[in-house]
Design a protein around this ligand. Structure first.
Ligand code: MTE
Ligand code: MO
Length: 522
């Protein structure tokens, strides 16, 4: 266990120099994420929510501890074999780190160096546990097994080993490891401080094209209904990053290139700040959001119109004869997302966002720059920590989630959610406000209806429309009578299409069905 602890601490220290994402636990965790089948991923998202990353880390640590115990027992009998087993673990970490989409050979270093040091520590500590030479005529030679076949088992029982020597060595190894781990943390923090400072220095521009004023009555002010704007601190977060990338805005670059790009562009953060900016209210939703789920939020974003940049680079939509139908965005952590070029150029407010609800993007939400395309689920549009845009075709390339059985194209489905009353609430008989949100980004919401126990549909009152790229609040005053009741909601979008009752899961392109809530009026 001490040797394993040592491996992790030394690994973290080396990772602080190489790259925080290359730390052994993070590397193995990321490799697991990359290979998780959709069903398991959905299970994790459903049961652990945003804590899924913590659960993954803890799982890896528990497994590692069990292996460490097994290797420790092995090392008591066969020191060299035990020490070699540690190296094998280092290899696993190294392969995991280098095998990540953004992996480079240097990413192997944290695991390799950690394992080599830990193998040495295990070898030494196991040696201290071996029986000391007993000065008796019966013992012809020392019994310290060093792994040579046949001589491993400590003879003479536990009595003979150098207890004092072991305790001193073990304590020193543990203390030195903790020191290395602490140094690693400090070093990583000081590296990140540069990114934090670059974010603190930013003053967002006043958008040349400000968001239209939010009409009064957009927020109905019904207790229990999601606020119209979602504060950054409670905005859902979905990504594969076990370590949130901290990019220094001053060093950030975005490259736009690929098929049909006649003028490739490389832009820095300040190049973007100098361009015409737009401010828009857009509701972002995750394809992993189950019916009634929490992975949706609405914010005011400031950014640069993506279409302007693409036009400048010479990009034409497929309908104009352009050769590329897919825009692949790539992030600093190797995530890839594929977006239809036609959609980005169809006039909607697709943007490279710099600001979220009045501040520079939080690190968790993609600082310094992320992409947003109103109307598309996040995994096909909302690349955080973006650093590259490549024009290609859907035939030529499958993005990260498409390789993992999600659909290549995924417009957001018309959906609605009951926020109040909560499931299994027990309101008193009388007027009970039933309320929530409904969304069909870029088509808008035209009607929301509620029914009780499968009865007639009642039209809910809608919050004023801020724009068709955002969700709308709704409320219906329910004359509630005593007893168990099932409330159901459905929305109709701006094209006149009503949300389907058919229940489907989130894979491959978003869940459908009506959200229902059971309450007990008493
Ligand atoms: N780099 C990167 N960008 C990403 C992701 C990711 O895993 N990595 N996840 C996408 C998904 S699935 C969604 S739903 C949105 C979520 O954005 P948020 O975390 O800011 O809410 O980001 C998208 N952008
Ligand atoms: Mo998502």
């Amino acid at each position: 266990m001490i040797a394993a602890f040592c491996a992790l601490c030394v690994g973290e220290l080396v990772a602080a120099v190489v790259r925080p994402e290359a730390g052994p636990v993070t590397a193995v965790g990321s490799a697991v994420v990359d290979r998780t089948p959709p069903a398991v991923k959905e299970f994790a998202v459903r049961n652990f929510g945003t804590d899924d990353k913590l659960v993954l880390r803890l799982g890896i640590l528990v497994l590692l501890a069990l292996f460490a115990l097994a290797v420790g027992v092995l090392a008591l009998r066969h020191r060299r074999v035990g020490a070699s087993a540690v190296l094998v673990f280092g290899l696993v970490g190294a392969v995991a780190a280098v095998g990540r989409p953004e992996g480079v050979p240097a990413d192997a270093l944290p695991s390799v160096v950690g394992a080599v040091v830990a193998a040495g520590v295990l070898y030494l500590l196991a040696g201290r546990l071996a029986p000391a030479p007993v000065p008796s005529p019966a013992a012809g030679e020392t019994a310290a097994g060093d792994g040579a076949p046949g001589d491993g088992a400590p003879r003479g029982g536990a009595a003979g080993f150098d207890r004092r020597g072991f305790v001193i060595a073990a304590t020193s190894a543990a203390a030195a490891s903790a020191g290395a781990g602490y140094a690693g943390r400090r070093l990583a923090a000081s590296v990140q401080a540069g990114a934090s400072a670059s974010r603190a220095e930013i003053t967002l521009p006043v958008a040349g094209s400000p968001a239209p004023a939010v009409p009064s009555g957009t927020d109905l002010g019904v207790r229990g209904v999601s606020s119209y704007f979602t504060p950054n601190g409670s905005f859902y977060r979905v990504d594969t990053a076990l370590v949130v990338p901290r990019v220094d805005a001053g060093r950030w670059r975005l490259r736009i290139h690929g098929k049909g790009v006649t003028r490739p562009l490389t832009l820095g953060y300040h190049d973007l700040l100098r361009r015409p900016t737009v401010e828009r209210d857009i509701t972002l939703a995750c394809v992993s959001n189950e019916v009634g789920g929490p992975y949706i939020g609405n914010a005011r974003w400031v950014g640069v119109r993506l279409a302007d940049l693409l036009r400048e680079a010479g990009v034409k939509a497929p309908s104009e004869g352009g050769p590329a139908d897919q825009l692949v965005s790539r992030s600093v952590d190797g995530m890839t997302l594929g977006t239809p070029v036609e959609t980005v150029l169809d006039g909607r407010d697709a943007m490279l966002a710099l600001g979220m609800n009045g501040e520079p993007l939080p690190f968790e939400h993609g600082f310094p720059v992320r992409m947003l395309v109103p109307g598309l689920y996040g995994y096909v549009s909302a690349c955080k920590w973006i650093e590259e845009i490549e024009l290609t075709t859907f035939d030529a390339y499958d993005a990260y989630w498409v390789k993992r059985s999600w659909a290549p194209e995924a417009p957001i489905k018309t959906e609605s959610r009951i926020d109040t009353p909560r499931p299994f609430a027990s309101p008193k008989p009388g007027t009970v406000p039933v309320g929530g949100v409904a969304w069909a980004q870029h088509r808008g919401i035209s009607r929301v209806e509620v029914r009780v126990d499968g009865g007639d549909w009642h039209t809910a009152r809608l919050g004023a429309e801020d724009g068709r790229d955002t969700w709308r609040q709704w409320v219906w005053e329910w004359p509630a009578t005593s007893g168990h009741h099932t409330l159901e909601v459905r929305a109709t979008d701006g094209t006149g299409a009503t949300q389907t009752a058919d229940r489907t899961g989130t894979v491959p392109d978003g869940a459908t069905g009506w959200h229902s809530v059971v309450v007990d009026v008493s």
